[in-house]
Ligand binder design. Structure first.
Ligand code: AP5
Ligand code: MG
Length: 328
């Protein structure tokens, strides 16, 4: 069961419906030199953690970002499921742990994630589901310091507990790709089959009420404190005194200069509430992150389509408006 303190950490939406950005002050990765947060052209790199309870939409929203922007994602859960499927050594160790809603040991997880992460140097990336314990957060820090690629954004998805279980019961996944569907929210075009490959969808073995309850309890006990871990870094490094009336995760710390880690809690129960906040945050904070060419092309097609419709409607004497709709 969540303690009052940890419940407070992850239920920010009730206390702070309008979550404001928190700018965590500079992290000291190296005593002598500042960590790199920009590439050689001076642009900010997106190196992000998607943080949230099981079922909060980490996978779904990250996939939307990947579809829209030129960014790569690593989901620790998907990596483990792939290992399990391929019967690797890690997979054999992880299988029973994952099915029971437990946590795979920190050092194993670091190995699994870092072996993939190291190939992403110089790219924008998002970690989904890692780190998941303060121990993993520390291991990740050390690893990223060694590779001079510090984190630049932490997004905490805050979805009420009562919404989560129904989402999980309705979830179907395409195991090889990690694509996620929901019977009511984003159903596959053909029921039971993946939109892209046409292969059958499956249920995850840990998507049942008992295991889900265990995953949620574990989240409160072991994962939620990570938010404090990052906020603590800020309180050590930030010079101005904090306002004691505000929650630390909702404060903005004035910064003396780059580099910074932004941390933002996005609260909501539906995609309509969370996606625009997330998209705005990425667009506003990381202008160097390019939209994918096909996204831009589709946008242009829509714009032209709207334009021709407007012209056509105009000829018929109607008051049509041309609107540039953004593509998800
Ligand atoms: P993992 O796969 O990471 O599971 P999790 O953290 O429990 O998160 P989920 O994948 O269940 O939820 P999600 O937030 O991605 O939600 P989703 O987008 O799918 O890990 C599985 C297991 O692996 C762990 O239990 C552990 O054993 C092990 N493991 C993994 N990482 C580890 C680590 N670092 N250390 C140790 N062990 C580790 O959405 C859920 C549903 O909601 C979907 O049906 C979706 O369509 C729907 N939905 C999503 N967003 C919305 C929305 N905005 N509105 C309406 N419906 C939505
Ligand atoms: Mg997921």
């Amino acid at each position: 069961m969540p303690t009052a303190a940890t419940a407070r950490l992850v239920s920010l939406s009730n206390a702070h419906p309008q979550a404001a950005p928190v700018f965590l002050a500079a992290r000291r990765y190296n005593n002598m030199s500042s960590p790199k947060v920009e590439d050689t052209n001076g642009r900010h790199m997106l190196r992000m953690i998607t943080f949230g309870k099981p079922g909060s939409g980490k996978g779904t929203l990250t996939a939307r970002l990947v579809k829209k922007y030129d960014v790569t994602t690593l989901s620790s859960g998907d990596l483990l499921r792939r290992h399990i499927n391929q019967r690797t050594e890690v997979g054999q160790e992880a299988e029973a742990i994952v099915a029971a809603g437990g946590f795979v040991p920190d050092d194993v997880m670091l190995r699994v994630v870092s072996s993939e992460l190291d190939g992403l140097s110089g790219q924008h990336w998002i970690l989904d589901g890692f780190p998941r314990t303060p121990g993993q957060a520390e291991l990740l820090d050390v690893h990223l310091k060694k590779h001079s690629m510090p984190l630049t954004l932490i997004v905490n998805l805050d979805v009420p507990d009562d919404v989560l279980l129904s989402r999980i019961s309705d979830r179907w996944v395409h195991l090889p790709s990690g694509r996620v569907y929901n019977l009511s929210y984003n159903p596959p075009r053909v029921p039971g089959y993946d939109d892209v490959t046409g292969e059958p969808l499956t249920k995850r073995p840990d998507d049942n009420p008992e295991v889900f309850a265990r995953r949620l309890a574990r989240f409160y006990a072991e994962t939620a404190p990570i938010l404090d871990y990052y906020a603590n870094q800020a309180s050590i490094a930030s010079s101005p005194p904090r306002n004691p009336n505000l929650h630390p995760h909702q404060l903005s710390f004035p910064l003396s200069g780059p580099p910074t880690i932004k941390m933002r809690t996005l609260a909501g129960s539906t995609s309509d509430e969370i996606w625009p906040q997330l998209d705005g945050l990425i667009r506003g904070g990381f202008p160097a992150l390019r939209e994918r060419a096909d996204t831009l092309e589709m946008k242009e097609k829509r714009r032209r389509h709207s334009l021709s419709e407007a012209v056509f409607a105009g000829e018929l004497g109607s008051n049509a408006h041309v609107k540039d709709e953004s593509v998800d």
